[in-house]
Design a protein around this ligand. Structure first.
Ligand code: ATP
Ligand code: MG
Length: 821
């Protein structure tokens, strides 16, 4: 027999009140106790049990249900059964087709087994009812019953295995004994505990035990419900999100809308189909899109994938512009944008011609080197225009991190491609003119060396598969035309220099600037300020005044700014009602631009004994610099000031020695130094200065001071000096010559060993300048006190000489346009 308690329900019929001992067939129960009044379904399989039931069915359908001690025993003998049990009434009996028997039974009364009457073919026992005695007065019993009900109510609330009405049923029971059976059936008790309850005849004791069991059950339920709610809280958040998302989807579906992610994926899919991507990016993008489509909307990683896919879609993998290879047309454009710069223009036109003959020829990597404002950037733009290509420019100034060139890996938060790839996206074609500005200001530190990444970019062997960390797919850069710019070639990493063709833009002379102003800057600024060409004329002297009094630079920036200032002023006048054609003269310039910023320092400062004009090289393109000496009573002191570096200080020491060792030849008292202290000063103290190239100027300054002869104000000098009086070569001749020119110098004294460098100076910049090449300091001293182009100027006549030379300068700088270039 397979007895299994599925549920206990309160029976409708009242318990059989029959008393007295009687003989009953025995049905051994496995793991099951049925209490009086309780109904229970039973499934029976054992032949002996079936026969016992059959036996009972013949009579009054009563059978003794006796729990067996070991549930696994298939043929229990009397000893294997407990000695207490319950009389069961067979309410229903069914024989299913597959054998065995299903019963519905109702508990009647508790019985004790006195002895077994027979054991074959089934057990029959002599039983005696267990009669319940109160054990206490009615009030006490009533109290106990109420207490049990209270506990049980809470058990029923917490135990969701119990049917919802169980508590209600129990509370409605009025008979205390019946209450005991209801509660006992509902509690989860062990077989031993159930048997113990069956056996107990005293009602108060039954309440005691049940009180205990119910309390225990309550505790168990409370603990488990606490654990339950903790787990739920943890799982809750995730599930809640998931749940809400599902709901949202359902809402979208209901409204006939697509969910956010789905429409995102569809939109990208459409773009991919239209993008005409090459094989490799296409497969990558498809894969990412698949990942994206499986991701719930609103997940942060989704937007990372999305922006990656968009980057790939936005890049010009196959888009290119057709080159415009008409040399004459290109020439026109280059000339229209820039004055002169012949060498660079020639180089571009050559490239173009070669490309026409051999379309797959590799273009050069050009590097424009020159001071600020000399047209490097704008020339790049113009080249792009001439070739019909897109133009992009990135500045490498201060780039220290390789990742800025090559991008961050996608695992980085907020990762992006490097500047090269960003530039190409902006260009929108994969063959733009790509300008890498300021390669000389590239940084280099622990974050990696950006120049090594640039090497790869510029290497024609490698750049057809440039790898950006973010993209992870190689990109072909081989059709890009690279142009780099630098102010100072020395600061460009050597391996980079090696890959590039250097073209120098050294800076412009005043005549060239005036020319550029008339032909390019003025028309451009007029247009930029909304003026018609006939509404404003800036006279030649006006430009010249701007050049001499408001700018001092190798390039054109300040000139451009000043002209823009003039144009704005006139535009305002027109806006205020002026209608005539305006002519801006030199006098207007001062009124419009304010007080002059620069003075003809040469004229003002030089011409006094003790002042010499040196020439300095600076990254901004060269400048003039004054060396002043003064003496005072004292003995053998030498002070050098003006924020000069160590090399320049030593240079001053050496200059003094050179002078002291030549006192006789120079006509200076040979003991002069025992009576004086010397002070050598290099003004413009805020600018650090260093280098040996002021040696000649220092000697000159000291000699001028000690002899009382002023240095010719239109003479400038450069050159290092040895103690033996030899003049050594120096760097930056071209820039120095241009600076001299700008400052109105007429004669340059320089080392003979630098003679070859003069070839690099544009002929028009050399024009009007006298070069004195010297080997020894004596030759230099001979030249610096002379009037340019004339005989030595004796001291007293210096003022006169100054005036004369200034006048001549003015004459020489008559309109450059007149030269008919
Ligand atoms: N030869 C020229 N003809 C006409 N305009 C010129 C010429 N050279 C320079 N310019 C103009 O001068 C201005 C400054 O030039 P640009 O900005 O190209 O200087 P840059 O050499 O790039 O300077 P930086 O080194 O400071 O970047 C531009 O407006 C440019 O058009
Ligand atoms: Mg520039």
């Amino acid at each position: 027999m397979f007895g299994r308690k599925l549920s206990s329900i309160l029976g409708q019929e009242p318990a059989d009140a029959g008393h007295g001992a009687r003989e009953l067939p025995v049905l051994p129960l496995r793991n099951l106790v049925v209490f009086p009044n309780m109904m229970a379904p039973l499934a029976i399989g054992r032949p002996a049990s079936i026969q016992a039931v059959d036996g009972a069915a013949i009579g009054d359908r009563l059978i003794a249900g006796i729990p067996q001690k070991d549930a696994d025993n298939d043929d229990p003998r009397p000893d294997d059964l407990y000695d207490v049990g319950i009389v069961l009434k067979i309410v229903k009996m069914m024989k299913p087709p597959n054998g065995g028997m299903n019963l519905l039974v109702q508990g009647q009364r508790r019985v004790k087994i006195l002895r077994y009457a027979s054991t074959e073919p089934f057990l029959v026992a002599q039983t005696e009812p267990i009669v319940t005695v109160p054990g206490a007065d009615a009030v006490e019993i009533e109290g106990r019953a109420q207490a049990l009900k209270n506990i049980f109510k809470r058990v029923a609330e917490l135990n969701n295995l119990l049917p919802a009405e169980a508590a209600g049923l129990a509370l409605a029971v009025e008979d205390p004994e019946a209450l005991v059976y209801v509660v006992a059936s509902a509690l989860n008790l062990s077989l031993d505990e159930n048997v113990e309850l069956l056996r107990e005849a005293v009602l108060v004791k039954l309440f005691d035990r049940l009180q205990f069991f119910a309390q225990r059950e309550l505790q168990r339920l409370e603990i488990s419900s606490k654990i339950q709610s903790e787990i739920q809280r943890e799982v809750g958040d995730q599930q809640r999100e998931h749940f809400l998302r599902e709901q949202l989807k359902a809402i979208h579906r209901e409204l006939g809308e697509k969910d956010e992610r789905q429409s995102e994926v569809e939109e990208l899919r459409k773009r991919i189909d239209e993008a005409n991507l090459p094989e490799e990016p296409r497969t990558v993008v498809e894969k990412e899109l698949k990942r994206l489509s499986q991701m719930p909307a609103g997940m942060a990683e989704g937007s990372v994938i999305r922006s990656y896919v968009e980057w790939i879609l936005d890049l010009p993998w196959t888009k290119r512009t057709e080159d415009q290879l008409d040399v004459a047309h290109a020439r026109e454009i280059l000339d229209a944008d820039h004055y002169d710069l012949e060498k660079v223009k020639q180089r571009i036109l050559e490239t173009l011609a070669v490309r026409k003959l051999k379309p797959d020829a590799r273009g050069p990597i050009l590097c424009f080197v020159g001071p600020p404002g000399t047209g490097k950037t704008s020339l790049g733009k113009s080249i792009a225009r001439a070739l019909g290509r897109q133009f992009v420019r990135i500045s490498l100034g201060g780039v220290r991190d390789e990742a800025e060139i090559r991008g961050h890996r996608r695992t980085y938060v907020g990762a992006l491609p490097g500047r090269i790839i960003q530039g190409l996206k902006r260009a929108g074609s994969h063959n733009p003119v790509f300008m890498l500005d300021e390669v000389d200001k590239l940084g280099n530190d622990f974050r990696g060396d950006p120049s090594s990444a640039l090497l790869e970019v510029l290497d024609p062997e490698q750049n057809n598969s440039f790898s950006d960390h973010y993209l992870e797919i190689p990109f072909d850069l081989s059709e890009v035309m690279w142009i780099t710019t630098a102010n100072v070639l020395q600061n460009v990493p050597a391996p980079l220099q090696d890959r590039m063709e250097v073209l120098e833009l050294a800076g412009y002379t005043s005549e060239e600037k005036a020319e550029i102003a008339h032909r390019y800057l003025v028309p451009r600024e007029l247009a930029a300020n909304g003026l018609m060409p006939d509404q404003l004329t800036i006279t030649d002297e006006a430009i010249r005044k701007v050049l001499s009094d408001y700018t001092r630079e190798a390039g054109l920036r300040n000139l451009e700014r000043a002209i823009a200032g003039l144009c704005r002023y006139v535009a305002r006048e027109r806006a205020e009602g002026r209608t005539d054609a305006r002519i801006v003269t030199a006098a207007d310039v001062e009124k419009i631009l304010g007080a002059r910023r620069f003075f003809a320092e040469v004229a003002e400062r030089a011409g006094i004994p003790g002042v010499a004009t040196g020439l300095a090289w600076t990254p901004a393109g060269g400048d003039i610099l004054f060396i002043e000496s003064a003496q005072m009573p004292g003995s053998k002191g030498l002070t050098i000031t003006g924020q000069v570096g160590d090399v320049m200080k030593e240079s001053a020491q050496a200059a003094l020695t050179v002078v002291r060792s030549r006192t006789a030849a120079l006509g200076i008292a040979d003991d002069f130094f025992t009576k004086v202290d010397l002070h050598v000063h290099v003004p413009a103290g805020a600018i650090p200065k260093d280098g040996p190239s002021a040696g000649v100027a220092m000697v000159t300054s000291i000699v001028s001071l000690l002899t009382g002869k002023p240095v010719n104000p239109q003479t400038a000098m450069t050159g290092e000096i040895t103690l033996r009086g030899k003049v050594l070569p120096v760097g930056g001749i071209k820039e120095k010559v241009l600076a001299a020119r700008r400052a109105g110098i007429r004669r340059v004294v320089m080392p003979r060993l630098n003679a070859a460098d003069l070839n690099e100076v544009p002929p028009n910049a050399r024009e009007g300048l006298e070069f004195v090449l010297v080997d020894r300091i004596e030759e230099a001293l001979d030249a610096v006190f002379r009037e340019p182009g004339g005989a030595a100027a004796p001291g007293p006549e210096a003022d006169q000489a100054k005036d004369r030379s200034r006048g001549r300068t003015r004459q020489r700088s008559q309109p450059a346009a007149a030269r008919g270039r």
